[in-house]
Design a protein around this ligand. Structure first.
Ligand SMILES: [Zn+2]
Length: 455
């Protein structure tokens, strides 16, 4: 059986991830992501109403028109986790394939919401929830398995496609967190076993390959957040905390710390409400009972008015806007566009890092400056990453011992840094590239639109 890996999106950038694997005449697609900064740069772009081809032209979603040149039938679209750069293009592209969308239960719920918000296309693909630790037969020769993994969103899976020639492991994104705040650590036992059974290829994120050592556990982030918030136990000023709305473990930590110092956690913002209420309804997380959530602008502003009346020292708003995004709660607060006005000594905690692109840097600079002008105290980077560092990648490669490695989830800067790292472990660029004999342990550098047949 000839097996080919097709890099559709996410190989020239961080975002719009999509990889296809063709095994003989059968194809499995991994992820269909959206690159949000390419959308944000067009001020009036309303993704829900836009056509796929226009979004492809904007480089906001993967250019899957190349799939016309790949011979075979798509058997499944598999989404590894619920981040937008992995599921955000589902409403625009999935309907072109007569195949089910398979993901873990929480990811499936997020995909269902994505599809429900779509205005342009009718997406009728069957949604199939597969739990980690379970397998699903795709065809006579292909079986899909989800292995439990940790990342900055709950219910993340490492997808393993079992083929007659060995396993193909799709690990975008992952973090080897042994002391997570929600859920169990990654299933190391199963990963080791899969490594022993034989891994034909590993498709792996390369985002943090330049970070030496190991990614600190989410438990460290909990300590950082607790240390920051509880130092203001007697504070009469406002404490506003902004984090990734999809980072349920972090939101839980912040809510618990608020509760600890006698403040009611209030989750504000459409996405903040959406991700957390879905997780709560699915019983994947429990928040302190004093927690409340408000999504739309009217209820958010009403809550802020209530907070002013009752005393801002009684509440702790957990809000959207750590990147300074237009329309987010923190941006609205910074620009005086809510009933709440920032006062001298108010604390603003960023439990997030700036996602490094010029747009975010500009937005963050803008809101931070505005907040400081009103007298706010700023706490940046109260955060740890959700992506594997270099030594995590070392452990992962040792566990799986793949014959082929395809670094993904980054531009050539990231993927070639990963290739350099893999070269240090005995992997070589294949014969076609260097004119030398392959020993069978190859690392492949792909750009969007390229494909490689696995030896
Ligand atoms: Zn992710």
């Amino acid at each position: 059986m000839d097996i080919e890996v097709i890099a559709v999106g996410g190989y020239d950038e961080v975002g719009r991830n999509m990889t296809a694997v063709r095994c003989g005449k059968e194809i499995v697609i991994f992820d269909m992501g959206l690159r949000l900064d390419q959308v944000m740069i067009h001020e009036d772009a309303e993704v829900e109403n836009m056509h796929s081809l226009d979004l492809i032209k904007m480089k906001a979603i993967p250019d899957d028109t190349m799939m016309n040149t790949v011979e075979g039938t798509v058997k499944a679209i598999v989404c590894s986790h619920g981040h937008l750069d992995h599921i955000g293009a589902i409403p625009k592209l999935a309907h072109r394939y007569n195949a089910p969308i398979i993901s873990t239960p929480y990811t499936t719920e997020l995909i269902r919401q994505q599809i429900a918000g779509e205005q342009k296309f009718g997406v009728n693909n069957k949604l199939f929830a597969l739990r980690t630790g379970q397998r699903h037969t795709l065809s006579q020769s292909l079986t899909l398995e989800f292995v439990r993994m940790q990342h900055s969103i709950i219910d993340t899976a490492t997808a393993v496609l079992h083929t007659p020639r060995g396993a193909i492991v799709y690990a975008c994104d992952y973090k080897l967190d042994r002391t997570p705040v929600i859920g169990d650590p990654p299933d190391f036992g199963r990963l080791r076993q899969i490594g022993k059974e034989g891994v034909l290829a590993l498709i792996v994120e390369s985002t943090n390959i330049d970070q030496e050592g190991r990614a600190p556990s989410e438990r460290i982030a909990r300590d950082l957040v607790r240390d920051t918030i509880t130092s203001y136990e007697d504070d009469k000023n406002a404490i506003l905390v902004s984090t990734f709305s999809s980072h349920i473990a972090r939101v839980k930590t912040i809510a618990e710390c608020a509760h600890e110092i006698g403040r009611k956690p209030i989750l504000l913002g459409r996405s903040m409400e959406r991700y957390s209420s879905a997780a709560e309804q699915m019983k994947l997380v429990g928040f302190p009972e004093t927690t409340s959530m408000f999504g739309n602008r009217r209820t958010v502003d009403r809550m802020l008015r209530r907070m002013i009346k009752a005393g801002k020292e009684k509440f702790l708003p957990i809000i959207t806007g750590h990147q300074g995004e237009e329309g987010s709660i923190l941006r609205r607060i910074a620009t005086g566009d809510t009933p709440y006005k920032v006062e001298n000594g108010d604390k603003v905690v960023f439990s997030a890092k700036i996602i490094p692109n010029p747009m975010n840097r500009g937005n963050r600079y803008f809101i931070e400056t505005r907040l400081k002008m009103s007298g706010a105290r700023i706490f940046p980077d109260v955060h740890v990453s959700g992506h594997a560092y270099r030594e995590d990648h070392y452990e992962f490669l040792s566990l799986l011992n793949p014959q082929n490695v395809i670094p993904a989830h980054g531009n050539l800067g990231f993927t070639s840094a990963y290739a350099d790292f893999a070269a240090g472990l005995g992997y070589s660029l294949p014969r076609e590239t260097l004119g030398r004999e392959s020993k069978g342990y190859d690392v492949h550098l792909l750009a969007n639109g390229q494909r490689v047949k696995l030896q």
